[in-house]
Design a protein around this ligand. Sequence first.
Ligand code: FDM
Length: 212
Amino acid sequence: MMGRRGALIILEGVDRAGKTTQCKKLVQALQKNGRPAEMMRFPDRTTMIGQMISSYLEKKTNLEDHTVHLLFSANRWELAPLIKKKLQQGVTLVVDRYAFSGVAFTSAKPGFCLEWCRNPDVGLPKPDLVLFLQLSPAEAAKRGQFGVERYETSDFQQTVQHRFNQLMKDPSLNWQVMDATKGMEDLHQEILRQSEAAIAEAESQPIKELWK
Ligand code: FDM
């Protein structure tokens, strides 16, 4: 008989909501509870495609907007076999950004609609839980300046937030909105609770396909 599979847990959210910190804390807490868990992040800048994306984000190169969107998606597809393998081995994956960032960021650019942006990611491994770390623009501003990478401006981030709001209306996904203004530890406990529930639910289910 097949063993129990791991869960695919995604953290999304606006800049400075604390996604990366929370991903790391979640992996540590799951491991402490005796659950095999690993962290991944997108873009994964270590692959050849990831290096092209990284150079674009650092503004060292320019890429046409559709092209870079497809590269972000290709970066997920190149890791999809590994994601499935790990899940099937019983490893829970905690992922910093996924297709939702892909859609939210590109569709915030002029001339792009959600549907076009979603298409290349249709069929990727479907997350069992998508945690959205919510932070108001005012609260985000208190946490310091934006960085120097592409997309790190408050106008663009606000449009991205609107796109995320549209994506969260999709009832085919298990979206959970988390209040990121809470203290780091309280937020962590809430994320851990949601994750344990999703892991228990996923155990007996096959891996599904995103947006299919
Ligand atoms: N981003 C991220 C996209 O535009 N599309 C995507 O598919 C993904 C996964 O890249 F500005 C954007 C979001 C963010 C940047 O930053 C990656 P971090 O700091 O590596 O998360």
